[in-house]
Design a protein around this ligand. Structure first.
Ligand code: ZN
Length: 318
């Protein structure tokens, strides 16, 4: 069995090959299946429309709203499912990252491979915390795999955001990733004082989150009101900008307030997940791949960043 990175995580065993979370075009004929863990744009591409895809109903909705595509063939899954794909089985676990996010454990005669995608054991007000994952080989995200990233309790951060939105002196512009935070804010903040930029409103409608109103053209939120915008959208003039990202555990925004609300595991949670996985081999992917691997090796695990295509090792754990 080989595990490597080629525009997504590739798992190649005897008689099968799968691609996980491709973010660029790929040759669909090479793969038996494309596994999608969630709908963020660094984990999915419109090119999945030509492949056989495994995904959740929510991720399918995101694909439709964002790209207007539906895979030609697909299997809908949810946490707890065990899918028989002939040469291998897929166990589906909750990832706790954003609505519809899952992790997979691929099981074949050669052993098991855990694929976390992005995950968060702490969960949020819209998704439960990630399930524990056990596998022979673990491919895990390292987005916040640097030891300065320790996130405060989510309830405290929700309290801070709600208090800022409640200020009566200026409208509050909350800038955040639309998938995940868009639904959290719709559930957290009072609906009659909340606006959503149109693409977030469309996403929330598709995913079944009713809170807030779509910000119509020409409407300006007033003091005591809040608007949720994407990270690159321009805030209304005179508003207090509140940005939500795990990076604000260590950095400050250019202006306004930065709140370290993240949908990812923080550094201690990454270490704990790795230790509890009992994996004989760990590959890190996305973000601080080398730093996290160094720490995991210090803890006695065998870890390294995922190799690119062409530099693979045949895994020795068999
Ligand atoms: Zn993500």
């Amino acid at each position: 069995m080989r595990v490597f990175f080629d525009g997504g995580v590739v798992v190649e065993g005897r008689g099968f090959k799968v691609l996980v979370d491709p973010f660029r075009p790929f040759r669909e004929a090479e793969y038996d299946a494309v596994l999608l863990t969630h709908g963020h744009s660094d984990h999915v591409t419109r090119h999945v429309r030509r492949a056989f895809a495994v995904l959740t109903r929510e991720t399918l909705q995101v694909l439709l709203v964002r790209y207007g595509v539906r895979p030609r063939r697909y299997a809908l899954v949810r946490p707890g499912d065990r899918l028989d794909l002939g040469k291998f089985y897929l166990h589906v676990l909750n990832a706790g990252h954003v609505p519809g996010s899952v992790m997979y454990v691929l099981e074949s005669r050669e052993g098991t491979v855990g694929l976390t995608g992005d995950f968060n054991p702490a969960g949020s007000n819209v998704v439960g915390g990630a399930d524990a994952v056990e596998a022979d080989v673990l491919v895990m995200e390292a987005t916040y795999g640097s030891r300065q990233y320790v996130f405060p309790p989510r309830e405290r951060l929700y309290g801070e955001i709600a208090a800022l939105a409640d200020r009566g002196d200026a409208p509050v512009a909350i800038r955040a990733g639309p998938l995940g935070k868009g639904q959290e804010m719709a559930r957290l903040l009072p609906s009659r004082r909340l606006y959503l930029e149109p693409r977030i409103a469309a996403l929330n409608r598709a995913l079944g989150f009713p809170g807030g109103r779509e910000l119509a053209r020409g409407v300006r939120p007033g003091p005591g009101e809040a608007v949720v915008l994407g990270l690159t959208s321009r805030p209304p003039p005179g508003s207090l900008v509140v940005e939500l990202s795990g990076h604000y555990a260590v950095a400050k925004p250019e202006r306004g307030v930065g709140i370290p609300l993240s949908n990812h595991a923080d550094f201690p949670a990454l270490l704990e997940t790795a230790l509890r996985s009992r994996a004989k081999r760990i590959y890190t992917v996305y973000g601080h791949v080398d730093e996290l691997a160094r720490w995991l090796n210090r803890l006695g695990l065998r870890a390294s960043r995922i190799p690119p295509r062409g530099q693979t090792e045949l895994t020795q754990w068999l």
